[in-house]
Design a protein around this ligand. Structure first.
Ligand code: CA
Length: 238
């Protein structure tokens, strides 16, 4: 299990994650999407999928239903239950029969479904349709401060000319601070707003993320200021 294959053909067309435990089906889907110029990563189970999700959220997800460990319906439910992914387009891959009926009974929350064996032309057409639907919203949402440039929809960060690779939480934290530069936020507030109400962590979590974020931003890391007794801000000056 784990991350199985990783192909990269085109950039910016919208990353697709696939969760499918049958290697033959998985490889065929990956091959088809790549051939159509779409960037995709495939995982054999939910565990590998969530691990990838914690690093980068894709533009589209395809979920098989019968999987080892957590099944496709459960994955979908968790995606819909989180603010960050509640509107992420999801295509369910289903066999005919009981699970097919369940997908059709819309309460599953899927945006679309494909019945296995999946027709490859159809797969590409459906994927592209959903990617088009989500893309027009805010294509150029960019935050800039000094040398730091954040492209929010593209989930990319550069310092000067250099690309910086951040985890999802580091990225969210940076965006949060950048949206209100020179405003001081307490650790409690950052924890609440960036990690969410239901997060059971400690404020120390904020400190460790600030530390790694500063390190990754290299020279621009010093723009994240510790305000003694209060918290953190991004800005110039003391
Ligand atoms: Ca399966």
């Amino acid at each position: 299990m784990g991350v199985v294959l990783y192909h990269r053909r085109t950039r910016g067309a919208g990353l697709i994650y696939i969760v499918e435990d049958e290697p033959a089906v998985r490889d065929l889907i990956l091959y088809t999407l790549n051939t159509a110029g779409l960037e995709a990563k495939a995982f054999g189970d939910g565990k590998a999928f969530w691990s990838a999700m914690s690093e980068k959220i894709p533009a589209l997800i395809m979920l098989d239903i019968m999987l080892p460990g957590e099944d496709g319906f459960s994955l979908l439910k968790r995606l819909r239950g989180s603010k960050k992914t509640e509107r992420l387009p999801v295509i369910m891959l289903t066999a005919r029969g009981g699970e097919y009926d369940k997908v059709l009974g819309l309460e599953s929350g899927a945006d679309d479904y494909l019945v296995k064996p999946v027709g490859m032309m159809e797969l590409v057409a459906r994927a592209k349709a959903l990617l088009r639907r989500v893309r027009p919203e805010k294509d150029d949402e960019t935050l800039m401060f000094k040398d730091i440039c954040v492209n929010i929809p593209g989930h990319s960060v550069t310092v000067g000319e250099q690309e910086v690779s951040l985890t999802l939480k580091e990225f969210d934290l940076l965006v949060y601070l950048l949206k209100k530069e020179n405003t001081v936020f307490s650790r409690e507030q950052l924890l609440k707003d960036v990690w969410g109400f239901d997060y059971m962590g400690e404020t120390r979590t904020v400190d460790t993320h600030i530390l790694t974020l500063r390190g990754k931003l290299r020279s621009a890391g010093e723009l994240i200021k510790t305000v003694r007794g209060l918290g953190y801000k991004i800005g110039d000056g003391a």
